[in-house]
Design a protein around this ligand. Structure first.
Ligand code: HEM
Length: 558
């Protein structure tokens, strides 16, 4: 692997002082002109002076930009440059900067804000951060403070012991046979009794449908079944609004808003109960109401019948005892469930939405997936049962090309486009970046999927083949290069489940339908912690019949 992230010719280290000499010449020129002008001071308009000063500062800021990646303005830091990014695609914009700076740069926020941070997309730094020096890079107090009202002490928001204990228990659970049965059964029910009928209805009515919305409903219902053992029923004909889902979404959005609001401002708003903080309090009440009801019912159930067959997260944790032999509090059980719902709610559906959009633009890949599905079905022996066909878990496992195509979609459109950590003790990144205690580190997962240094010249192409070995089997990549699921001890716990879910849903849809994006539908990422499609994904469905499936099979396996 090569480590230089050359998108532009190699240039000096960001900290290199040698640039200072060249930076001082415009200052000298501006200075002498300043004194010359002082002679005629009565004639000089204040406005003109200010203009000169501005030009001087602008030249200096832009020169600094050459070294630091973005222009650095007095007082405002790099913030003005971001406005340019806000108008276009912010992720692309940041990727461009990080690429030009060889993988890492310092973002300088406006004075008196806490926005200074190191931005990186260098696999060496990622390995250092996520694995080698894991304990030196927790989520940190800033993050915890900001999301505590919604997430409490749940796994997403916890560090150290609180995190470790939940991680261990949940990890054992996620790898148990019982849990696997729960995921396959819940998904079978959701896809066949709910997803396919909704899609069939849209086909029959020849009406466009927002596939992202439908998929979001699917995974929300699914993760609630996994976490709570309860199906909230978002994915139903007519696509009804479910108060719990609404409350959950509002609470997440209002929490995210805190990250772009100065801390003292949102804390004051919370104290006064106004603005988005009012919405947040109300929606958290909505979430808690639902959660507490489920927890109450479950505890009664468990007390009445110890041999209860459930294997959802809530049941598993409700049975556990802490070191002193006491059961966990209802509040802690609530935190655990809410965190799992947040983690597993939108990531898979958003990934699938980008996946279907990429297929629309790459019909060859779509045909090859269909060919693989047909091949797997043909290996069953016996009759293939047409429209009623249900993929079996061992068949899903055999679909290497589909796995590669979904992974390739996640490389280009990672559901979590940026993530962050905080530095506990002074440290140095493998690329030489010096980190002081308390520094915030942003890692740009989105940019990492588009770096020539990592993926080669065709890094921007959708090419599932890059994930396949010569024998056609899927070959995974280092978690520090392909970072969509995070890496190290905090690797996504739901990764295997997510793949199963995405593959099962995608296979079931593609076997029956051709998914065409509605003409002229605008596609752009939304600026949020999860990479939603800003305008959803309006699609028309066309029936894929047996003749067409055979054609695909013949083309690739004939
Ligand atoms: C395409 C789908 C998914 C992607 C791309 C994804 C990605 C990620 C990422 C990037 C993280 C690290 C977040 C952080 O620490 O800041 C994470 C953590 C986590 N994910 Fe996923 N995820 C997906 C699906 C799921 C699903 C379906 C579940 C559960 C049902 C899940 C459960 C979790 C949990 C519990 C964590 C926290 C792990 C820890 O902190 O120890 N994920 N995921």
């Amino acid at each position: 692997m090569h480590h230089h992230h050359h998108c532009s010719p190699p240039h000096s280290n960001a900290m290199n002082p040698s640039n200072h000499t060249s930076a001082s010449s415009p200052s000298a020129a501006a200075g002498s002109s300043f004194y010359r002008r002082l002679h005629f001071v009565e004639h000089v308009q204040i406005l003109e002076l200010l203009l000169a000063l501005f030009v001087f500062i602008a030249i200096h800021a832009i020169r600094q930009g050459k070294r630091h990646g973005l222009a650095v303005w007095p007082v405002l830091g790099m913030a003005p440059s971001l406005v340019a990014g806000l108008r276009g695609n912010m992720y692309e914009y940041i990727s461009g900067v990080v690429c030009r700076q060889n993988g890492t740069f310092w973002f300088r926020g406006p004075w008196l804000t806490s926005l200074n941070c190191v931005v990186t997309a260098d696999p060496r730094n990622l390995e250092h951060l996520l694995k080698t020096r894991f304990s030196n890079f927790p989520k940190g107090p800033y993050f915890r403070d900001t999301v505590r009202d919604l997430l409490g002490d749940g796994i997403f928001n916890a560090d150290d012991d609180t995190w470790q204990r939940q991680r261990k228990t949940a990890s054992i659970e996620f790898h148990s046979a019982k849990f696997r049965r729960l995921t396959t059964e819940s998904l079978l029910e959701l896809v066949h009794a709910r997803l396919l009928p909704v899609l069939e209805e849209s086909l029959r009515a020849s009406a466009a449908v927002d596939l992202q919305d439908v998929l979001l409903r699917l995974t929300f219902d699914n993760v609630c079944m996994i976490a709570f053992g309860v199906d909230p029923g978002c994915l139903r004909p007519g696509l009804p609004e479910i108060p719990f889902a609404r409350a959950f979404e509002d609470a997440t959005e209002a929490t995210v808003l805190r990250f772009v609001t100065p801390t003292c401002v949102w804390k004051l708003m919370r104290f006064l109960g106004i603005g988005p903080e009012r919405t947040l309090r109300k929606s958290i009440e909505g979430v808690d109401e639902f959660a507490n009801e489920v927890i109450r019912t479950r505890k009664k159930e468990l007390a009445a019948d110890d041999g209860c067959q459930r294997s959802d997260i809530l049941t598993v944790f409700a049975r556990l005892r802490d070191e002193e032999g006491r059961p966990f509090s209802d509040k802690f059980l609530r935190d655990i469930c809410v965190n799992f719902i947040l983690a597993g709610r939108d990531t898979s559906s958003v990934a699938l939405s980008w996946f279907f959009w990429l297929l629309h633009n790459n019909p060859d890949v779509e045909e090859r997936i269909v060919a693989e599905l047909c091949k797997v079905v043909s290996e069953r022996g016996g009759a293939s049962d047409g429209e009623e066909l249900v993929f079996k878990p061992e068949e899903i496992k055999k679909m290497d090309y589909l796995q590669a195509a979904i992974t390739e979609a996640l490389r280009l459109y990672p559901s979590v486009p940026v993530d962050h950590k905080e530095v506990i003790e002074d440290d140095v990144f493998p690329d030489g970046t010096v980190l002081k205690k308390g520094t915030k580190v942003l890692y740009v997962i989105y940019a990492m999927g588009r770096m020539e240094a990592i993926w080669g010249k065709d890094c921007r192409e959708f090419r599932p083949e890059r994930w396949l070995r010569d024998d056609g089997r899927f070959a995974s990549e280092s978690a520090y290069k392909f970072t969509a699921f995070n890496g190290g001890p905090r690797l996504c716990l739901g990764k295997d489940f997510a793949y199963y879910q995405m593959k099962f849903a995608a296979a079931s849809i593609l076997y029956r339908y051709r998914v065409r994006v509605a003409e002229g539908h605008p596609v752009a990422p939304k600026l949020a912690l999860t990479m939603y499609m800003r305008h959803g994904l309006k699609v028309n469905l066309l029936r894929r019949d047996e003749a067409e499936r055979r054609k695909c099979l013949a083309k690739y396996y004939g």
